[in-house]
Each structure stands twice: as structure tokens, then as C-alpha cells.
Design a protein around this ligand. Structure first.
Ligand code: SF4
Ligand code: SF4
Length: 337
């Protein structure tokens, strides 16, 4: 949620945006125009990467959430013209739901609507044995609508998402998809919705599992590039240290490349249909940067990002590895491709 009272109109978030080339004067003018609700350039230039939220929270320390204002105005002004087919495609709530009961003493994991997006056998692991699995449209978090100029859909459906997950009756729920964790820990509370369960990010769950089974780990000994997904911009202070610890535990070196951490690039799934040329350039920059810094593989935390970039990574000799598969490799459950 946009917090205008926290914004001092410094413009730094938009000056730091990697998808525009605004100097300080232009960036300040743009943030003022956003504040006043005007139709302004950033609304059409924004690729919805959410990095300005991270900048304002972690660098500036204000957490005004400028992207949330952009998302609101995308919808109000209709400037981000996303074809209805894409908006409908992203509506995961229509997908069939299923609850697979596991060991009652083990945790519950929501895999949302991600099953079809995952690499084959990505969840076939001792890490997930006996978990109760909730999957399908009933557990969809509607975060994706922020990418396509439909913030009202996210807001209106947030109680539905929280109630559906709460109906599982678990005190703690592991979320496979970063977006669901962000919805439960950031977006719902911001909308004033009480969340009656503790959300556990998949990275936290796997990290704890690996620490408890460290004697079963064989170090992978590879250099990897880490691909940042957009929703992680809301929780970088929480998740980045855990990711680093996990990488160290499984024995991979996260190469210090240009487009990682705060400078990570969007996978382009959301804005690709609107700006195909820009999307192609961004994907090429991301993959070339990983290769130039000596990475053997690109590791993904988000299934959508993996699905979007896996083919192009392979074409360029970079193994695309989903995060659960990286842990499976360290546990001897999967060979390094
Ligand atoms: S949103 Fe944050 S970084 Fe951007 S202009 Fe306002 S205070 Fe500055
Ligand atoms: S969401 Fe990303 S592309 Fe849009 S203004 Fe913020 S940093 Fe730039």
C-alpha cells in the first residue's frame, strides 16, 4: 500500500530505476505527479519490477511503497493496457483445487497454482515427505494482478486468500511461491486484514531442513547466478540473508554480478507482451551478465521466472535450476544438469 505521508519527494527511487533514465529533476517531477494522481511518463515506462519499493524501504528507510502507487494509478488511468487474455490467464483462482493430507504432525505447504509451472519432480524430495499439500485456485493469492494494472482485484480478493489458507487450520503454513508469502506477510496486513497463521517462506523451510540434515549434504561446488523475482522486493531484508546461507550450505558460489540483489532484473513474464523488444533486451542482459561473471547455472526462487527464462538460459549454456532442485542436488536426489 502506498504511504504518501512517508514520501519526502526525494525522487531517488525513480532515479535508481533500471528501466528508465531519469535524472534527479525528472525523477522528482515524476514522483510529485504520482503523488497528485496525474497521468505521467513513469506509468507507461514502468515494467512493474517493484524495485522502487525495495529502494525506498531498504536504502531510503521510508517504506513509502512507490510501486504500489504506480499500480493504483495503472488501474485508475488505464495507462497499462494489458490484454484481457493476459489478465484472465493470471487469474489462478479458476484452477481446480486439491488438499492432499499428510502426516498430521508435519507442516502444511501451499503450492498455490504453481504445480504446472515447476520443473518435473521439483517437489519429489525428502524435504517434503509427509507434508500436507494444498494446491489450486482456492489458495491463489492474487498478487500477480499487481503486475497487470489490476490492483483492485488483489485488494478485493485478499480476504478470500487469507480465509482459504486459514481454513487449513494450521498455525504455520509454508508457501512455495514467494508471492503468497509476501501477500500473507505484507500485502494483507497493509490492507488491514488480520492473518491468523504464521507464513513460512520456502527458503526458510528448506534452509532449516538442510541445517538439520547437514551430514547428508554433498557440496555442489559450482558457481551460480541468482535470479531475483519481483515480489522478493518486499522482503529482501528477510530472505536475502537466508538465501546466502542456503547457497553456502549446499556449496555454491553466488557470483557477484551486476544484475543481482538490488540490481536484479525482471524475468519479463509480466511486461513481455506489452513491451516485447524491451523484454528481449532485458533477458539478454540478464543472461549475458551471468555468463560474463563465470556462472555455470542460474538459480530461480520463483516458478514463473524459471518457466520464463529456462529455455533461453539453456540456449546460452547456462543451466536453469529451480531452488528446490538445487537443494535436491545437494541431498543427492538429483544430478546437476
Ligand atoms: S517513494 Fe521513497 S525513495 Fe521515492 S521519492 Fe518518496 S521517499 Fe524518496
Ligand atoms: S516498479 Fe520497477 S520499473 Fe516500475 S518504476 Fe519501480 S523500479 Fe522502475
Amino acid at each position: 500500500m502506498w504511504h504518501p505521508e512517508r514520501c519526502d519527494l526525494c525522487g531517488e527511487c525513480l532515479e535508481a530505476c533500471q528501466y528508465v533514465n531519469y535524472d534527479s529533476e525528472k525523477a522528482i517531477a515524476e514522483i510529485k505527479a504520482l503523488m497528485e494522481g496525474k497521468k505521467t511518463d513513469i506509468l507507461k515506462d514502468c515494467v512493474t519490477c517493484m524495485a522502487c519499493n525495495e529502494y525506498c524501504a531498504d536504502v531510503k528507510g521510508n517504506a513509502a511503497n512507490p510501486f504500489d502507487r504506480i499500480a493504483e494509478l495503472h488501474e485508475k488511468t488505464g495507462i497499462q493496457h494489458v490484454p484481457p487474455a493476459i489478465v484472465n490467464f493470471l487469474n489462478g483462482s479458476v484452477m481446480r483445487s486439491e488438499l492432499i493430507k499428510g502426516d498430521p504432525d508435519k507442516p502444511v505447504m501451499s503450492i498455490c497454482v504453481q504445480e504446472a509451472m515447476l520443473p518435473a519432480r521439483a517437489l519429489e524430495s525428502q524435504m517434503f515427505d509427509g507434508l500436507t499439500i494444498a494446491k489450486g485456485g482456492k489458495y491463489f493469492c492474487f498478487f500477480a494482478q499487481l503486475h497487470v494494472g489490476k490492483e483492485s482485484i488483489t485488494r478485493e480478493n485478499m480476504p478470500t486468500f487469507v480465509n482459504a489458507v486459514a481454513s487449513l487450520g494450521a498455525k504455520e503454513v509454508i508457501f512455495l511461491h514467494d508471492e503468497c508469502h509476501v501477500a500473507a506477510t505484507k500485502i494483507a496486513p497493509d490492507y488491514g486484514i488480520e492473518v491468523p497463521f504464521k507464513s513460512i517462506h520456502i527458503i526458510e523451510y528448506m534452509l532449516n531442513y538442510l541445517k538439520e540434515h547437514r551430514n547428508n549434504i554433498t557440496k555442489i561446488n559450482k558457481k551460480i547466478a541468482c535470479h531475483r523475482n519481483c515480489s522478493s522486493r518486499y522482503i529482501s531484508a528477510e530472505i536475502e540473508p537466508m538465501l546466502d546461507e542456503l547457497f553456502e550450505l549446499v556449496g555454491v558460489e553466488r557470483v557477484a554480478r551486476k544484475y543481482d540483489r538490488d540490481k536484479g532484473l525482471c524475468c519479463t513474464f509480466a511486461f513481455g507482451p506489452l513491451m516485447p523488444k524491451k523484454a528481449e533486451e532485458v533477458r539478454e542482459m540478464n543472461i549475458a551478465d551471468a555468463k560474463e561473471h563465470g556462472a555455470d547455472a542460474m538459480v530461480f526462487v520463483c516458478p514463473w521466472c524459471w518457466r520464463t527464462l529456462a529455455g533461453e538460459c539453456e540456449e546460452h549454456g547456462l543451466s536453469p535450476i529451480f531452488i528446490t532442485d538445487l537443494c535436491r542436488m545437494a541431498l543427492g536426489e538429483k544430478k546437476l544438469s
